[in-house]
Structure formats: structure tokens, C-alpha cells
Design a protein around this ligand. Structure first.
Ligand code: ADP
Ligand code: GLC
Length: 515
């Protein structure tokens, strides 16, 4: 039996995206869909999603949902035939700003209710209470969806229906959806389920997903190991350790059609691993777009990520100041948005170095493609990185990454090594630490290698030829879904027992002790 899967998430490109989550939800849904899995994506009905989804038609109205009644609209993704269901409640989702924040960058005060509504809708769909086919697997992505396994089990116990098996995928453990406990009432969480959501005196969406899902996955092997430690576990390492037997990882892939320098219409000129002429033209285009001096021989370092502490955006400016002071030619471009203070500092940084530093604050898909194509080096510092799509995009475009030795970056980038001659198959530069000097040392290593054209070409080519598509990962997810549904018949499962059985006692009591 090929399982039917309901993906629940806050983002799915091109309907909604603020980061890698949106890329991965759609690309994975499409990859498993292409291999015969009936995958449906459930996301909130943001205005842009309502506009872009195709052939939408109402399939249900649900009255008993936090924040008010919602309409479920069924349609398909615009660029592929993956089915999508949008949860429409305009008071909750038709707002100015992004999926989580208002136009000034402030989190919406009722995000618990907004994503609680998404999770309630997921639980109704999972129990087959609409005219859409019930899934065999409920697949929740990140905290926004992570209350769904709990709500499904709670609803199943209440209605006598049988819950389906569920998996929660951690794309980023640092974002947990923690809210004041008093939201439990508005979210309809019954007292007997509270142990699984209570986290240091707060209500945690992500903890609920980790406690109530049949399986937990994350998006790289190294991150799977890291999140079991206090340094990267964000307080949830105890619970994750207790559920170690159901925790696994499946590495992300990238959409190799969208990110393909041989066919990309968003970049100045196309190119392939064996003919990089188009990359030279793309570099010129990038220098012009960012207001840099057009110089084909200047090494161009680029940064294209959220301007936040996770991405070491604070460290990068200081590291680059050191490099710019000593290297006569190096140039730097940054595309990003995030912390208001960092945005201001990046503007000031560009103003201090006209012609050598160019900054575009904002979020723009086309500029991101031009950046990956036109740069020589991608700078991607991270204090933690579950996977890190951006350096993989850069490698595909022959742009050599410098990245932190954490999480998925360890798995996707082969470090050049300390010697003049790179190790076999090297594709980038990894560094430890989060001081400007740590990053600057790695930049120097890259700049020295850049001066060796043959070495550099080889690193570019090896990066471009790496297999980062979804094939292998999609197959691993399908195996996981099969394992989860084996012997169950068409997705019918016994309701999992309440929390004291699902969540090992050790995890809750140790957390209580610490709290
Ligand atoms: P994260 O999800 O932690 O932000 P990833 O590197 O996995 O990190 O994914 C980031 C995604 O968001 C990539 O697709 C990247 O191109 C995109 N992105 C980030 N910032 C911007 C921006 N300012 N403009 C366009 N795309 C961006
Ligand atoms: C998160 C992580 C990033 C990962 C992405 C997709 O946003 O920060 O590392 O690539 O999710 O899984």
C-alpha cells in the first residue's frame, strides 16, 4: 500500500515562504507525490496563497475552531499538481505582513490561536471528518503544525474515531511556539493532555509534537546528534533523548529544477560545470545590481540569509571589516532581512565602503538567484544550522561556500582542509567558533585558494556536480511512511494512549525538576 500523507505547515512555496521551511515542504511533497504518494499540503489561507493556488473549491466549514469558524478550500499548487488545502479565516490570516509578523517585524500577538486553528483543521482532516479522503499519515512540520498530533488524539478519544499515525519533522528546534499557559483553554487542550505541552511553565507547540507523534525526524544527520545535547537541544534534549528510539533524520534535498544554472531564467547568463562563461557574465550582473565596481578579478563574497543571530550576521560585519582593510580588491554583497538593528548596521557597512560593499535589505527571489550565480564565495556563518539550503544552492551555482562546522553544513560541505592542496572532493571551507577572527581566518583560507585557479575550478566543479536532489531523501521518507503504516490496513490506527504512556515518565519528571 502506498500511504496517503497530509503535510501540515505554515509555509509552502510559492504560496508562502520566509525561509527554507517553505522550500522544503513543497519540494518534498512534490518529490513523494511524483513517486506515487498521495501527498496533500495543508497551510493557512494567507491572501497570497488564496491568490496563487489553482482551482480552489470549498470542501468544508468547521465551526469549532479557535479564532472562529474556518472554511477549508481544496485545490492544487500552481506549478505542479500536488493537492493543497487552505484554512481560510480572514480575521486570522488575511493580514498585512508575513506569515508570522506584522509589517514592522512584530510577531502577531495571537499566533497561538492562528496556528492552533491550523492544527485543529489538521486533526479534523486526519480523522476523515470531511469529504476529503483521510490520510494514513499526519506529517507535521515545525512548531506551527506540531499541536496537530495531540489534537488528533484528543479528538479521536472524544469522538470514538481512530487516529492515524503521525510524524513531526524538526526544521529548527530553536523555534518552539511557546506561549503563556492560559492559551490552553482557548486552544481546547484537555487537562489530561497538559503534561505533554507544558514546558518551563509555558505551553509549547513543539513539545506537544515531540511528545505525541509516533515518529520524530529532523533534516540532517549531524543535527540529529546535536539536538540530543544541551548545547543544541534548546531545553528539549531530555525529551528527545527519552524518545531516541523514534527519532531519525532524513537530509533535505534541493529543487534542482528551480536551482539550475543551466536553465535559470532569473540570472544574467546560464552556464554549466564544463563551461563557466555565463558565470563571468553573472558576476558582472551581480556587481552592477549591488552598485559595486565592475571588476572581473575581484573576489566577490556574498551573504544571502536572514539577518539574525542564528546566521552570525552580527559577526560577519566585523570579520569582513578585517578582510577589507587588508585585501585591496575583495568585494562583498549581502541580501537579507531580519533584525532591525542588524539591517541598519548592514546599511552603514555598505555606506562605509562604496563600490566594495553592496547591501540589499529585503526579500527577493530573483536577487537571491543572481547572488548565487554571480558570487565567487558564499559566506554562511551559523551558530546552529539544522540543514542549510543556501550553501547547497551556492555549490550548485559554482559559488564556493564558507560555513560554520555545525549541523547539516557538516554533512553537505567537504572542507578544503588546512593545507595548500585541498583534500579530495573538497567543496568549501568549514570553521569552528563564532568570533569575527574565526570567520576571518576561514575567509583568508578561501581567498588564498581563489588565487589558485586550477584548485578553485576543481572545487567549483565538484560542488556543482554533487547530488543534492530529492530522490534519495524522498525514498527515505516513503520508507518511513511505509514502516509507520505497516500492517495497519488503510491508515487505521489504534488511538495512542494518553501522555503518561506516550511520553516516558523520566522526560517529564526531569523537566519538572529543572523547572
Ligand atoms: P533558513 O531556513 O534557516 O532561513 P536555509 O538556508 O535553509 O535557512 O533557507 C533559506 C531560504 O530562504 C533559501 O531558499 C534562501 O534563498 C531564502 N532566503 C533567505 N533570505 C532571503 C532573501 N532576503 N531574499 C530571498 N530569499 C531569501
Ligand atoms: C530551517 C533551518 C534550516 C533548514 C530549513 C529547512 O529554517 O534553519 O537550516 O534548511 O529549516 O529544513
Amino acid at each position: 500500500m502506498i500511504p496517503r500523507v497530509l503535510f501540515v505547515a505554515a509555509e509552502a512555496i510559492p504560496l508562502a515562504k520566509t525561509g527554507g521551511l517553505g522550500d522544503v515542504v513543497t519540494a518534498l511533497a512534490r518529490a513523494v507525490h511524483d513517486r506515487g504518494v498521495e501527498a496533500t499540503v495543508l497551510i493557512p489561507g494567507y491572501p497570497q496563497a488564496l491568490e496563487k493556488a489553482q482551482a480552489l473549491r470549498p470542501v468544508a466549514t468547521l465551526d469549532d475552531i479557535p479564532g472562529g469558524p474556518v472554511q477549508l478550500l481544496h485545490g492544487t499548487m500552481p506549478d505542479c499538481d500536488v493537492p493543497v488545502v487552505l484554512v481560510r479565516n480572514d480575521l486570522l490570516f488575511a493580514r498585512e505582513g508575513g506569515p508570522y509578523q506584522d509589517p514592522h517585524g512584530h510577531e502577531f500577538g495571537d499566533n497561538a490561536i492562528r496556528f492552533g486553528a491550523l492544527c485543529h483543521a489538521a486533526s479534523v482532516l486526519a480523522l476523515g471528518e470531511t469529504r476529503l479522503n483521510a490520510p494514513d499519515v499526519l506529517h507535521a512540520h515545525d512548531w506551527h503544525a506540531a499541536l496537530s498530533p495531540l489534537l488528533m488524539q484528543q479528538r479521536a478519544l472524544r469522538t470514538g474515531k481512530t487516529a492515524v499515525t503521525s510524524v513531526t519533522t524538526i526544521h529548527n528546534l530553536a523555534f518552539q511556539g511557546n506561549f503563556p499557559l492560559h492559551f490552553a483553554g482557548a486552544l481546547g487542550i484537555e487537562p489530561r493532555f497538559m503534561d505533554g505541552v507544558e514546558f518551563w511553565g509555558q505551553l509549547s507547540f513543539l513539545k506537544a509534537g515531540l511528545a505525541y507523534s509516533s515518529r520524530i525526524t529532523t533534516v540532517s544527520h549531524s543535527y540529529e546528534e546535536e539536538i540530543l545535547t544541551p548545547r543544541f537541544g534548546c531545553g528539549l534534549e531530555g525529551l528527545l533523548g527519552a524518545r531516541r528510539d523514534v527519532l531519525s533524520s532524513v537530509a533535505n534535498g534541493i529543487d534542482t529544477d528551480t536551482w539550475n544554472p543551466a536553465t535559470d531564467q532569473l540570472i544574467p547568463a546560464r552556464y554549466t560545470p564544463s563551461d563557466l562563461k555565463g558565470k563571468v557574465a553573472s558576476k558582472r550582473g551581480l556587481q552592477q545590481l549591488f552598485g559595486l565596481t565592475v571588476d572581473p578579478f575581484a573576489p566577490v563574497i556574498a551573504q544571502g540569509s536572514r539577518l539574525t543571530g542564528q546566521k552570525m550576521a552580527d559577526v560577519a560585519i566585523d570579520a569582513l571589516e578585517m578582510i577589507l582593510a587588508e585585501h585591496p580588491r575583495v568585494q562583498f554583497v549581502a541580501l537579507g532581512s531580519g533584525d532591525a538593528d542588524l539591517e541598519r548596521r548592514y546599511h552603514e557597512f555598505a555606506a562605509r565602503h562604496p563600490g566594495r560593499v553592496g547591501v540589499i535589505i529585503g526579500y527577493d527571489e530573483r536577487t537571491a538567484h543572481v547572488l548565487h550565480a554571480g558570487a565567487d564565495i558564499l559566506l554562511h556563518g551559523s551558530r546552529f544550522e539544522p540543514f542549510g539550503l543556501t550553501p547547497v544552492y551556492s555549490m550548485r551555482y559554482g559559488t564556493v561556500p564558507i560555513a560554520s562546522r555545525v549541523g547539516g553544513l557538516i554533512d553537505t560541505i567537504t572542507d578544503h582542509g588546512p593545507n595548500k592542496t585541498p583534500v579530495a572532493g573538497a567543496t568549501g571551507f568549514l570553521f569552528d567558533g563564532d568570533r569575527p577572527q574565526d570567520m576571518a581566518d576561514a575567509i583568508w583560507r578561501a581567498l588564498h585558494a581563489f588565487e589558485q585557479p586550477r584548485t578553485w575550478r576543481k572545487m567549483q566543479r565538484d560542488g556543482m556536480l554533487g547530488d543534492h536532489g530529492w530522490r534519495a531523501s524522498a525514498e527515505q521518507y516513503i520508507d518511513l511512511y511505509r514502516e509507520m503504516t505497516e500492517g495497519s490496513g488503510r491508515g487505521r490506527f489504534k488511538v495512542a494512549a494518553p501522555i503518561d504512556v506516550v511520553l516516558p515518565a523520566t522526560a517529564t519528571s526531569s523537566e519538572k525538576k529543572r523547572a
